[in-house]
Design a protein around this ligand. Structure first.
Ligand code: GLU
Length: 469
């Protein structure tokens, strides 16, 4: 059997962490089995679905790299199909018209609740044919009256529900629109879905969907219902917990690889391993290792993973994602060192790509002002001679390499008879504007000799102004 899975979000908001994790598990399972992954947008709720949310889902999936093999399909484009199947069920006597008005149904429900019973449609129109003329009607599915629905959930084990617990579901509303559960069933069937991976909030729909599939003589897929994600505080994850939209993580400077690694561990494990690159996730993933209990979000761990991947992924790959942040912060990287070279020297110093861009501006543009503390400490009158000497040594280099730059700094300190720091720190502040940077040889080599000269001159000028004030 060739595996086909799907992710079927309702476009009523952005792609949030819970949805992204479900999508990831579904995608991983398809990939791990050499199968296909389908993206289906469940936009039947016309009031709550927006184009913006559809786009946000597509953007989130694409940023995470969860590419679909088929789709995206939109349910609103498939209403005719759903209605054809509803008509078939009607013809076969497996569905029926229900003329019950909503006030009537509400009264029945109230009465049931008053008696402490579970509210359910009592099957009033199941066998009736005395249809009133010109009155609106819904179509209900004839759920079996006895027996039970049993299915094996990959996460929760065997689940068994008695048909007596299930009432006859509306599958087409009186306005002609097919309902959500029915559309899911038809789509899962027509799209050849073999494994449904979805949130546990859908577990109550599953027996109903299985009954409809059976009525249609359609194969029953396997199911895996994934548990909830809780916030650091143990409460259901919500906007209160900050960055819950996947794209917010991009904006905050996370690598998709870090987010994927974080999400895969949020409810799935392989021994006590924490770090998984995508290929490894694909190799090791299985539905049966998904945890049954709710998982708690842990921002610290996500930060740790992000830092890990910034340091360990090839700089070229990090650069592809970092570029967005340089653009976002208005840093034009087209004029200056290759971004991956900057990343190679800065990657140990940051937790996020946002920070990476923030601390790398001086590679692409002159800073406006020296960091006040660094200047106070290192651009003092005594440093002027050292700066002049090191500038001369650097300008005299015929070969602008990190090795010769280091030698020029060393020999300047030696000939001045001062410690390395007395030359290095003023030079660092002169060139980068602050007292923090990677080592000087690898920093300076990414700038041009002319830039270095001009910045040292600026520092000398600063010292002179200081002397005169
Ligand atoms: N559209 C549903 C949701 O966004 C998912 C339905 C399903 O996976 O079957 O919650």
């Amino acid at each position: 059997m060739s595996v086909v899975t799907r992710f079927a979000p309702s476009p009523t908001g952005y792609l949030h962490v819970g949805g992204a994790r479900t999508a990831l598990y579904s995608w991983l399972f398809a990939k791990s089995q050499g199968g296909k992954f389908v993206l289906r947008i469940e936009d039947t709720d016309l009031e709550r679905s927006t184009d913006q949310a559809k786009q946000a889902i597509l953007d989130g999936m694409s940023w995470l790299g969860l590419e679909h093999d088929e789709g995206p399909f939109y349910q609103t484009e498939r209403f005719d199909k759903y209605n054809q199947y509803i008509d078939q069920l009607l013809e076969k006597g497996l569905a029926y018209r229900c003329y019950m008005k909503s006030e009537e149904l509400d009264a029945i429900r109230e009465e049931q609740e008053r008696k402490g019973e579970k509210p359910r449609y009592p099957g009033t129109w199941r066998e009736r044919t005395d249809y009133p003329e010109d009155a609106p009607y819904a179509i209900r599915f004839k759920n079996p009256l006895s027996g039970k629905v049993v299915f094996k959930d990959h996460v929760r084990g065997e689940i068994s529900i008695s048909n007596e617990e299930l009432d006859d579901l509306v599958i087409r509303r009186s306005d002609g629109a097919p309902t959500y559960n029915f559309c899911v069933v038809i789509d899962d069937w027509e799209m050849g879905i073999t494994h449904v991976v979805r949130g546990e909030d859908h577990i109550n729909n599953t027996p109903r969907q299985i009954n409809i599939l059976k009525a249609l003589d359609a194969p029953i897929p396997e199911y895996a219902h994934v548990s909830m994600i809780l916030g650091d505080d143990g409460k259901k994850l919500s906007k209160r917990h900050g960055a819950v939209s996947v794209m917010q993580y991009r904006d905050d400077g996370y690598l998709p690889q870090a987010v994927l690694n974080y999400l895969v561990r949020l409810g799935w494990s392989h021994g006590d391993q924490e770090v998984f690159i995508v290929d490894e996730m694909i190799e090791l993933f299985s539905l049966d290792n998904i945890s049954k209990s709710a998982s708690a979000f842990n921002t610290e761990k996500l930060v740790w993973l992000n830092q890990h991947y910034i340091k360990s992924l090839p700089a070229k790959e990090v650069a592809e994602h970092a570029k967005w942040h340089f653009d976002d912060q208005g840093i034009d990287v087209s004029n200056g060192p290759a971004l991956e070279d900057v990343i190679a020297v800065q990657s140990e110093r940051v937790e996020t790509l946002k920070e990476l861009a923030q601390i790398s501006r001086y590679f692409y543009e002159d800073y406006d002002e020296f960091d006040a503390n660094a200047a106070k400490k290192h651009l003092r009158p005594v440093a002027k001679a050292n700066l002049i000497a090191v500038k001369d040594a650097l300008l005299g280099l015929s070969d602008w390499s990190s090795r010769s730059i280091q030698e020029a700094i060393n020999s300047t300190a030696e000939s001045l008879g001062v410690g390395m720091g007395k030359v290095g720190m003023p030079l660092r502040v002169a060139v980068t504007g602050s007292g923090n940077s990677p080592s000087l040889d690898v920093t300076l080599v990414l700038l041009t000799k002319a830039q270095v000269e001009q910045r040292i001159n600026k520092a000398i000028e600063f010292i002179e102004n200081r002397e005169n004030s």
